[in-house]
Design a protein around this ligand. Sequence first.
Ligand SMILES: Cc1ncc(COP(=O)(O)O)c(C=O)c1O
Length: 456
Amino acid sequence: MDLDYWLSRAADAIADWETTFGAYDAHPALAVSDEQFAAAFGEFTDRLKDNYPFFHPAYAGQMLKPPHPAAVVGYLATMLINPNNHALDGGPATAAMEKEVVSQLAAMFGFVAHFGHLTTSGTIANLEALFVARELHPGRGVAYSAEAHYTHGRMCGVLGIAGTSVGVDAAGRIDVGELDKLLASGKIGTVVATAGTTGLGAIDQVHDILDVTRRHGVRVHVDAAYGGFFTLLAGQDGPAGLDPAPWRAIAQCDSVVIDPHKHGLQPYGCGAVLFADPDVGRFYLHDSPYTYFTSGDLHLGEISLECSRAGAAAAALWLTFRLLPPTPTGLGGVVAAGRRAALDWARRLTASQILELYQPPELDIVCYFPAADSMSAIDAGSARILQAGMTSAEEPVFLSTLRVTADAIARRHPGIVADSDGARVLRSVLMKPEQETYVPRLHDRLERLAVLAASG
Ligand SMILES: Cc1ncc(COP(=O)(O)O)c(C=O)c1O
């Protein structure tokens, strides 16, 4: 789609709508001349160049990429009106869109009933899930794996809940045996299962976790902020297909979080929290003397912890889902390309004499390191490759690093000398479908950088 054309159509469409309310005088306090704007804009666009090229397949670092053009047009058009999804009086159209996209997400996870809303981030969405966990099991704690996102421990602190970290297996998934023993103490009310860990993309075995938690009368919250849209690949044929067991089990869990601003092609901030039991809405009940006046219907602010939220975020997601819905043939095609890219790179890394695969990728995150005998050499080599890639003028490549413990390395690569307490390894999130055909170039570039790093 032609972004320039649709951006100007968006501005025109909103201007046309505005004229239906009658003419009025613009206030001189807001007046800015084109000359003034040109000067500020030049400075502004220069400042924006101080960025990494998140759009380019050579950016293979963190979970970052620009939104789909449909989301850009949807966001911009709506931002010209600037509705606030806190209340129906803040933006009826976008509140309705929010309810529709939330229903689509709930259907994607197989929830029979649901209660949920968008949030500004995965962190806030998880905070809401943990808040409900605390209300349902006051005095009982929350357990999550040592590989869970750091914000779970942090938000437990905010909520005054005891958070307990559980060990992981050799693939970075929560150790279900250890969890079982912990739950026998009766002190835990909710377990957080991560469907796609931030560091490695490991998938906690949600179905096994459910077996254990059911025996102990414990709830399960699934943090699928990063991995959620990969449920579209569950049980699919072909190399991108995933074992359906953990993904299908999400439908039996108590709540789930997903971030459309990660694999849902959205700009920041767009997270979502969904609860299986609509009755948990009672924990959100509050009154507000200055909102909720246009309708007796449920306002989104009545069922969320945040007050103001961008209606534009709901609109952008709604418009994107019209074109690329959360179905195997819609967004599924996008995440499948990243998954195939990760598998292809893993094969090349396994065959390489220069680089080593840290562990087989489960989703679209690949971790690897320069082949070396010791952990300190791996750490130094990874740091040199990261730096050399980012500062190369002719052929830049952008990666990220993951700090792993000596024990975690030894479990996967027993031959490596543990001369330090851990090492940084290189980490690439292949979340742009264009990376599927770019992997050979990435691999070749990384091998050359590793040779240089070893010699220098
Ligand atoms: C599994 C997981 N949970 C939670 C978060 C936090 O999400 P956000 O950065 O949107 O607050 C992330 C971010 O990467 C994540 O990967």
